[in-house]
Design a protein around this ligand. Sequence first.
Ligand code: ATP
Length: 617
Amino acid sequence: MAHHTLTASELTFAVVDPDWRARWIAGERPSTRSFAPAGTPRAMSLRFHKEAETLVAWLTAPASLGRAAAIDTVDGLLDHLWATSLQALTDRLFAQDRGEEAQIFTARMRAFCTRLIALRQRTKDFENWQDVFVAAEQDLARIPVPVGDGVVEIRARVDAIRIHPERRLEVVDYKLSQGARQRADLVQLAIYAHLLPIWRPGCDFCGTLEYYLPEFSDVQVSRDDLADIFAGLVAPVLQEMFLQPRPATPAAAAAPEHAAPDRGALAQKVVAAFRGFNLGVEVSGVVEGPQLVRLRLTPAPGVKVSSLANRAEDLQIPLSLAVPPLIKAGKGFVILDLPRPEPKACLLKDALAGPLGGALTSTVAFPIGMGVEGDPVVADFADPNTCHALVAGSTGSGKSEWLKAMVASLLLRSAPDHVQVALIDPKILTFAGVEGSPYLWRPVATTLADAMAILRDAVAEMDARYRVLARGGFVNLGERLAAGHTDLPFLVLIFDEFADLILAGRDEKKEFESLVARIAGKGRAAGIHLVLATQRPDRAVVTGLVKANLPLKVCLKVANAVNAQIVLDEPGAESLFGKGDLLCDFGKGLVRAQGLFIPQPEFLAAVGIGGRGGGRG
Ligand SMILES: Nc1ncnc2c1ncn2[C@@H]1O[C@H](COP(=O)(O)OP(=O)(O)OP(=O)(O)O)[C@@H](O)[C@H]1O
């Protein structure tokens, strides 16, 4: 079966509407929009979802966690909403003579706040809203769903993932209309519940449909019922759609731009684009990386690199680019990176079987990614320039996948008596399913208190190790392991998000920074290493102390040039393409690479879940 992609909405339409399905199978791309009957007030669904997302983001953000946790009434939540957005919105709607919509929308938001307070009350030992929500508006990108002998990649965006008091995790879909569509709503929920455990194996999801019409009602569906809906209604439709030959659509037949880049044509296009701004360049080389095409430009005499770089945004138009390209000086030329529309993932397994395998020379060497020219970019915790790492990237940039590939690359090559990891996973989903791994130094920490306890324990462990090393006359842990003493393994502490720790309060920040500084200062000889990741690389989180103590910087796509500057001391990472595309700095200038990817089942196998753990090395 050929490679196919589909959105969860398209699949829902295909299941509930046979005509839609027939048109899709015939090669059309029917719309997935549905229109309200004429004369009914607009539901403002997008706005509702946006408000709900913004409110939940505020409730769960480290910077507002304490203030938000103090609000325990519906009116308290509404006051916050009113002050931040609702008043301005209703004023505007009334001014536009849309008073009825304003009233319905306000009633919906009140119902949403009432629901939030009910959720708070059902949460045992509620400390803050992170005890209720795991994620809001979570993107599920290209989830591979087996169909026949092949795979269909399905994309979805789920409204919320919450912690359920009895059933652990709950996927939630907000709805602003009901009636004939409830079957579609259930199908969509069943699709989400099917995708989520593929995305994060080891997690089971029950589902809830929440209707705000504006009065609230909900439909709770058990995991088994969702599985039945998927097996009975969705799976047969997937088979019908993908296990029979379809005529190629004109869109599918057209080769996407740069898919198999015609180097000459691309070079001419770039030269012409710069010429349009009176800037002369020649293309002296074209290199194809997994995610991008890199052009080496020689500027005409008198043309400055900064003049070319300043045109990044303008180039979006002649070169049809979604984001401004990265343009920077290289050795003897100027680099211009353009995206490939069908980027290739770099699988850790393939990379290890190729040149990466030979490049990882020490027990604690690990890959940063594959360079633009196909060369492995590696670092080593034993090296003072890369012994502790800061990993930054906005949501969806590929941080969690990068961390997983890094962890797997260490564990796949060593037995648990050589390498151990401590995983701090406040998002709960990144390292889901690894409990029971023989490589875990401590159980996976998901709360602030457990994360701090791990850091404190690591400092105590470090001091104890210094005494052991001194007694045995060893300079560092690597030397001691090589001498056959396997009672003390290397220890890597991995924080999937450290912002909460630094924003929790002044005392917590002080303690966190001081523990990080102690491990950064003395950890390398004791074989204890830190990897701190954040999706918020601003000055409040990446403080001077944190940055100074973590020599290796890995920066995935960030929201803006200021964030890039904070991590790497120069802009550029805001122009990355996402999904593992990264810039790293280990003291030799910035290097661009594509992070490696490990599918979740292989990751679990690497950490020793599923029968392959231990005995390596
Ligand atoms: N190296 C990669 N190769 C291919 N695809 C990738 C890679 N890294 C990430 N992706 C894709 O991007 C999606 C988001 O990645 P990931 O979950 O790691 O983001 P994140 O930065 O951790 O986001 P968040 O901070 O919201 O958790 C993945 O589900 C995957 O589809």
